[in-house]
Design a protein around this ligand. Structure first.
Ligand code: PMM
Length: 291
Protein backbone atom coordinates (compact mmCIF):
# COMPACT_ATOMS: atom_id res chain seq x y z
CA UNK A 1 0.00 0.00 0.00
CA UNK A 2 3.00 2.31 -0.10
CA UNK A 3 1.81 3.33 -3.53
CA UNK A 4 -1.58 4.35 -2.23
CA UNK A 5 -0.18 6.86 0.26
CA UNK A 6 2.32 8.22 -2.22
CA UNK A 7 -0.15 8.19 -5.10
CA UNK A 8 -0.81 11.57 -6.71
CA UNK A 9 -4.44 10.92 -5.87
CA UNK A 10 -7.17 11.70 -5.53
CA UNK A 11 -7.91 8.58 -3.54
CA UNK A 12 -11.58 7.73 -3.05
CA UNK A 13 -12.48 5.77 0.08
CA UNK A 14 -15.98 4.25 -0.02
CA UNK A 15 -17.90 3.96 3.27
CA UNK A 16 -19.27 0.60 4.35
CA UNK A 17 -20.70 0.68 7.85
CA UNK A 18 -21.62 -2.75 9.16
CA UNK A 19 -23.59 -1.22 12.00
CA UNK A 20 -27.24 -1.05 12.95
CA UNK A 21 -27.07 2.67 13.78
CA UNK A 22 -24.68 4.78 11.66
CA UNK A 23 -26.26 8.08 10.64
CA UNK A 24 -26.33 7.48 6.90
CA UNK A 25 -26.16 3.78 6.12
CA UNK A 26 -26.83 2.21 9.54
CA UNK A 27 -28.73 -1.07 9.35
CA UNK A 28 -28.48 -1.45 5.58
CA UNK A 29 -25.45 -3.72 5.47
CA UNK A 30 -25.80 -5.67 8.71
CA UNK A 31 -26.22 -8.88 6.70
CA UNK A 32 -22.96 -10.37 5.32
CA UNK A 33 -24.10 -10.79 1.72
CA UNK A 34 -25.54 -7.29 1.58
CA UNK A 35 -22.34 -5.84 3.02
CA UNK A 36 -20.04 -7.74 0.66
CA UNK A 37 -22.26 -6.93 -2.33
CA UNK A 38 -22.16 -3.25 -1.46
CA UNK A 39 -18.37 -3.31 -1.02
CA UNK A 40 -17.94 -4.89 -4.44
CA UNK A 41 -20.23 -2.22 -5.93
CA UNK A 42 -18.26 0.57 -4.25
CA UNK A 43 -15.06 -0.81 -5.76
CA UNK A 44 -16.65 -1.09 -9.21
CA UNK A 45 -17.85 2.51 -8.89
CA UNK A 46 -14.28 3.71 -8.43
CA UNK A 47 -13.34 3.28 -4.75
CA UNK A 48 -9.61 2.73 -4.23
CA UNK A 49 -10.42 1.52 -0.73
CA UNK A 50 -13.58 0.30 0.98
CA UNK A 51 -13.63 1.52 4.59
CA UNK A 52 -15.34 -0.96 6.89
CA UNK A 53 -16.63 0.16 10.27
CA UNK A 54 -18.35 -1.94 12.91
CA UNK A 55 -19.02 0.74 15.52
CA UNK A 56 -21.12 3.82 14.89
CA UNK A 57 -19.35 7.12 15.57
CA UNK A 58 -22.45 9.25 15.15
CA UNK A 59 -22.70 11.93 17.88
CA UNK A 60 -24.28 10.53 21.00
CA UNK A 61 -23.73 6.84 20.04
CA UNK A 62 -23.08 4.39 22.87
CA UNK A 63 -20.02 2.14 22.62
CA UNK A 64 -20.15 -1.56 21.81
CA UNK A 65 -17.62 -4.14 23.00
CA UNK A 66 -14.59 -5.14 20.94
CA UNK A 67 -15.84 -8.69 20.32
CA UNK A 68 -19.11 -7.41 18.80
CA UNK A 69 -17.19 -4.94 16.66
CA UNK A 70 -14.81 -7.65 15.42
CA UNK A 71 -17.66 -10.09 14.74
CA UNK A 72 -19.33 -7.51 12.53
CA UNK A 73 -16.33 -6.53 10.43
CA UNK A 74 -14.07 -9.59 10.11
CA UNK A 75 -16.27 -11.76 7.84
CA UNK A 76 -16.86 -8.80 5.51
CA UNK A 77 -13.13 -8.01 5.36
CA UNK A 78 -12.30 -11.64 4.60
CA UNK A 79 -14.81 -11.87 1.76
CA UNK A 80 -14.00 -8.52 0.21
CA UNK A 81 -10.28 -9.24 0.37
CA UNK A 82 -10.89 -12.59 -1.31
CA UNK A 83 -12.82 -10.72 -4.01
CA UNK A 84 -9.80 -8.47 -4.60
CA UNK A 85 -11.26 -5.36 -2.96
CA UNK A 86 -8.71 -3.30 -0.97
CA UNK A 87 -10.12 -2.66 2.49
CA UNK A 88 -9.42 -0.23 5.31
CA UNK A 89 -10.63 -0.89 8.83
CA UNK A 90 -12.41 2.00 10.56
CA UNK A 91 -11.68 1.33 14.23
CA UNK A 92 -10.05 2.98 17.20
CA UNK A 93 -9.34 -0.36 18.92
CA UNK A 94 -5.94 -2.00 18.51
CA UNK A 95 -7.37 -5.51 18.95
CA UNK A 96 -9.91 -5.00 16.19
CA UNK A 97 -7.32 -3.36 13.92
CA UNK A 98 -4.90 -6.25 14.44
CA UNK A 99 -7.56 -8.85 13.64
CA UNK A 100 -8.72 -6.84 10.62
CA UNK A 101 -5.17 -6.61 9.27
CA UNK A 102 -4.89 -10.37 9.76
CA UNK A 103 -8.11 -10.80 7.78
CA UNK A 104 -6.72 -8.78 4.87
CA UNK A 105 -7.29 -5.08 5.59
CA UNK A 106 -4.46 -2.92 4.25
CA UNK A 107 -5.07 0.45 5.97
CA UNK A 108 -6.07 1.42 9.53
CA UNK A 109 -8.50 4.33 9.69
CA UNK A 110 -8.48 5.44 13.32
CA UNK A 111 -10.97 8.20 14.11
CA UNK A 112 -9.20 8.74 17.44
CA UNK A 113 -5.81 9.36 15.84
CA UNK A 114 -4.27 6.83 18.23
CA UNK A 115 -5.71 8.45 21.36
CA UNK A 116 -8.36 5.87 22.20
CA UNK A 117 -6.07 2.86 22.45
CA UNK A 118 -2.41 3.15 23.48
CA UNK A 119 -1.63 -0.14 21.74
CA UNK A 120 -2.72 1.05 18.28
CA UNK A 121 0.68 2.56 17.37
CA UNK A 122 2.39 -0.78 17.98
CA UNK A 123 -0.12 -2.64 15.81
CA UNK A 124 0.27 -0.18 12.96
CA UNK A 125 4.05 -0.01 13.28
CA UNK A 126 4.40 -3.80 13.23
CA UNK A 127 2.08 -4.11 10.23
CA UNK A 128 3.82 -1.29 8.37
CA UNK A 129 0.45 -0.23 7.00
CA UNK A 130 -0.89 3.28 6.37
CA UNK A 131 -2.61 4.85 9.39
CA UNK A 132 -5.23 7.56 9.07
CA UNK A 133 -4.90 9.81 12.11
CA UNK A 134 -8.14 11.72 12.46
CA UNK A 135 -8.57 14.72 14.76
CA UNK A 136 -10.61 13.56 17.74
CA UNK A 137 -11.30 14.71 21.26
CA UNK A 138 -13.46 12.02 22.76
CA UNK A 139 -15.94 9.25 22.18
CA UNK A 140 -19.26 9.90 20.46
CA UNK A 141 -21.26 10.08 23.68
CA UNK A 142 -19.29 13.10 24.90
CA UNK A 143 -18.01 14.77 21.75
CA UNK A 144 -20.68 17.47 21.48
CA UNK A 145 -19.42 19.01 24.75
CA UNK A 146 -15.84 19.02 23.45
CA UNK A 147 -16.48 21.36 20.50
CA UNK A 148 -14.75 24.35 22.06
CA UNK A 149 -11.77 25.99 20.36
CA UNK A 150 -9.80 29.22 20.50
CA UNK A 151 -9.15 28.98 16.76
CA UNK A 152 -10.45 25.70 15.40
CA UNK A 153 -7.91 25.40 12.59
CA UNK A 154 -4.91 26.30 14.75
CA UNK A 155 -6.13 24.01 17.53
CA UNK A 156 -6.80 21.06 15.19
CA UNK A 157 -3.39 21.61 13.64
CA UNK A 158 -1.69 21.58 17.04
CA UNK A 159 -3.58 18.49 18.20
CA UNK A 160 -2.91 16.64 14.93
CA UNK A 161 0.77 17.51 15.25
CA UNK A 162 0.76 15.89 18.71
CA UNK A 163 -0.77 12.72 17.24
CA UNK A 164 1.77 12.68 14.40
CA UNK A 165 4.63 13.15 16.87
CA UNK A 166 3.30 10.34 19.06
CA UNK A 167 3.05 8.02 16.04
CA UNK A 168 6.58 8.84 14.93
CA UNK A 169 7.90 8.39 18.48
CA UNK A 170 6.28 4.93 18.56
CA UNK A 171 8.22 3.98 15.44
CA UNK A 172 5.56 4.48 12.77
CA UNK A 173 7.20 5.59 9.52
CA UNK A 174 6.34 9.12 8.36
CA UNK A 175 5.29 7.83 4.96
CA UNK A 176 2.61 5.65 6.56
CA UNK A 177 0.75 8.62 8.06
CA UNK A 178 -2.38 10.23 6.63
CA UNK A 179 -4.11 13.06 8.54
CA UNK A 180 -7.81 13.97 8.68
CA UNK A 181 -9.49 17.06 10.17
CA UNK A 182 -12.34 14.93 11.55
CA UNK A 183 -15.29 16.95 10.26
CA UNK A 184 -18.25 16.64 12.62
CA UNK A 185 -16.19 15.11 15.45
CA UNK A 186 -16.37 17.61 18.34
CA UNK A 187 -17.01 20.28 15.67
CA UNK A 188 -19.96 22.56 15.06
CA UNK A 189 -21.12 23.40 11.55
CA UNK A 190 -19.14 26.66 11.73
CA UNK A 191 -16.02 24.71 12.75
CA UNK A 192 -16.43 22.36 9.78
CA UNK A 193 -16.74 25.27 7.34
CA UNK A 194 -13.74 27.01 8.86
CA UNK A 195 -11.64 23.86 8.50
CA UNK A 196 -12.81 23.44 4.89
CA UNK A 197 -11.97 27.04 4.07
CA UNK A 198 -8.53 26.94 5.71
CA UNK A 199 -7.46 23.46 4.64
CA UNK A 200 -4.07 24.76 3.39
CA UNK A 201 -3.07 25.37 7.03
CA UNK A 202 -3.46 21.62 7.68
CA UNK A 203 -1.95 20.60 4.35
CA UNK A 204 1.04 22.65 5.36
CA UNK A 205 1.90 19.93 7.90
CA UNK A 206 3.20 17.99 4.90
CA UNK A 207 1.11 14.82 5.23
CA UNK A 208 -1.51 13.42 2.85
CA UNK A 209 -4.92 14.60 4.03
CA UNK A 210 -8.18 12.65 3.95
CA UNK A 211 -11.40 14.71 3.88
CA UNK A 212 -14.60 13.11 5.20
CA UNK A 213 -17.59 15.40 4.72
CA UNK A 214 -19.94 12.90 3.11
CA UNK A 215 -23.60 13.52 4.03
CA UNK A 216 -22.67 15.03 7.39
CA UNK A 217 -25.21 17.06 9.33
CA UNK A 218 -23.60 20.44 8.61
CA UNK A 219 -24.40 19.86 4.93
CA UNK A 220 -27.99 19.06 5.93
CA UNK A 221 -28.13 22.33 7.84
CA UNK A 222 -26.68 24.31 4.94
CA UNK A 223 -29.40 22.92 2.68
CA UNK A 224 -32.22 23.12 5.24
CA UNK A 225 -35.79 23.82 4.17
CA UNK A 226 -37.16 27.33 4.86
CA UNK A 227 -38.73 26.00 8.09
CA UNK A 228 -35.28 24.90 9.26
CA UNK A 229 -35.72 21.15 8.66
CA UNK A 230 -32.31 19.76 7.70
CA UNK A 231 -31.99 18.19 4.27
CA UNK A 232 -32.24 14.36 4.70
CA UNK A 233 -28.94 12.45 4.49
CA UNK A 234 -29.66 10.79 1.14
CA UNK A 235 -30.23 14.22 -0.46
CA UNK A 236 -26.88 15.73 0.50
CA UNK A 237 -25.01 14.19 -2.43
CA UNK A 238 -24.46 17.26 -4.61
CA UNK A 239 -23.12 19.14 -1.60
CA UNK A 240 -20.88 16.17 -0.74
CA UNK A 241 -19.50 16.10 -4.27
CA UNK A 242 -18.92 19.85 -4.29
CA UNK A 243 -17.08 19.96 -0.98
CA UNK A 244 -15.06 16.85 -1.84
CA UNK A 245 -13.90 18.26 -5.17
CA UNK A 246 -13.06 21.61 -3.56
CA UNK A 247 -11.00 19.80 -0.93
CA UNK A 248 -9.10 17.84 -3.55
CA UNK A 249 -8.56 20.98 -5.65
CA UNK A 250 -7.14 22.58 -2.50
CA UNK A 251 -4.67 19.72 -2.09
CA UNK A 252 -6.43 16.93 -0.18
CA UNK A 253 -5.04 13.49 -0.98
CA UNK A 254 -8.34 11.69 -0.69
CA UNK A 255 -12.00 11.78 0.25
CA UNK A 256 -14.19 9.40 2.23
CA UNK A 257 -17.68 9.17 0.71
CA UNK A 258 -20.83 7.08 0.68
CA UNK A 259 -21.80 7.58 -2.98
CA UNK A 260 -18.53 6.68 -4.64
CA UNK A 261 -19.77 6.98 -8.22
CA UNK A 262 -20.89 10.60 -7.86
CA UNK A 263 -17.62 11.78 -6.31
CA UNK A 264 -15.38 9.61 -8.51
CA UNK A 265 -17.11 10.99 -11.62
CA UNK A 266 -16.66 14.57 -10.43
CA UNK A 267 -13.00 13.92 -9.63
CA UNK A 268 -12.51 12.37 -13.10
CA UNK A 269 -13.70 15.70 -14.51
CA UNK A 270 -11.25 17.54 -12.25
CA UNK A 271 -8.37 15.31 -13.41
CA UNK A 272 -9.36 15.66 -17.09
CA UNK A 273 -9.41 19.44 -16.68
CA UNK A 274 -5.73 19.27 -15.74
CA UNK A 275 -6.11 19.13 -11.93
CA UNK A 276 -6.80 22.86 -11.48
CA UNK A 277 -5.81 24.06 -8.01
CA UNK A 278 -7.60 26.52 -5.78
CA UNK A 279 -5.62 29.61 -4.86
CA UNK A 280 -6.05 30.91 -1.33
CA UNK A 281 -8.24 34.00 -1.08
CA UNK A 282 -6.41 37.25 -0.27
CA UNK A 283 -5.99 37.96 3.45
CA UNK A 284 -9.12 39.49 5.02
CA UNK A 285 -11.39 38.18 2.25
CA UNK A 286 -14.89 37.62 3.69
CA UNK A 287 -16.32 34.14 3.38
CA UNK A 288 -20.07 33.93 3.31
CA UNK A 289 -22.37 31.36 4.87
CA UNK A 290 -20.02 30.12 7.55
CA UNK A 291 -21.73 31.29 10.67
N1 PMM B 1 -16.34 10.00 9.60
C1 PMM B 1 -17.07 8.98 10.08
C2 PMM B 1 -16.49 7.72 10.33
N2 PMM B 1 -15.19 7.50 10.08
N3 PMM B 1 -13.11 8.29 9.32
C3 PMM B 1 -12.35 9.29 8.86
N4 PMM B 1 -11.04 9.09 8.61
N5 PMM B 1 -12.86 10.52 8.60
C4 PMM B 1 -14.16 10.83 8.84
O1 PMM B 1 -14.56 12.00 8.62
C5 PMM B 1 -15.00 9.79 9.35
C6 PMM B 1 -14.43 8.52 9.58
C7 PMM B 1 -18.52 9.19 10.35
O2 PMM B 1 -19.27 9.01 9.19
P1 PMM B 1 -20.05 7.61 8.83
O3 PMM B 1 -20.99 7.31 9.97
O4 PMM B 1 -20.75 7.88 7.56
O5 PMM B 1 -19.05 6.54 8.67
Amino acid sequence: MTDLVRAPGPVVMGVLNVTPDSFSDGGRYADLDAAVGHGVRLRAAGAHLVDIGGESTRPGAERIDAATEADRVLPVIRELTAAGVPVSIDTSRARVAEAALGAGAVVVNDVSGGLADPDMARVVRDAGCPWVLMHWRGHSREMRELASYTDVVADVRTELTQRIDAALAAGVAADRIVIDPGLGFAKTAAHNWELSARLPELLDLGYPLLFGASRKSYLGRLLAAPDGTPRPTAQREAATVATSVLAVATGAWGVRVHDVRATADALAVWVATGRPRMVPAPAGHEREGQR
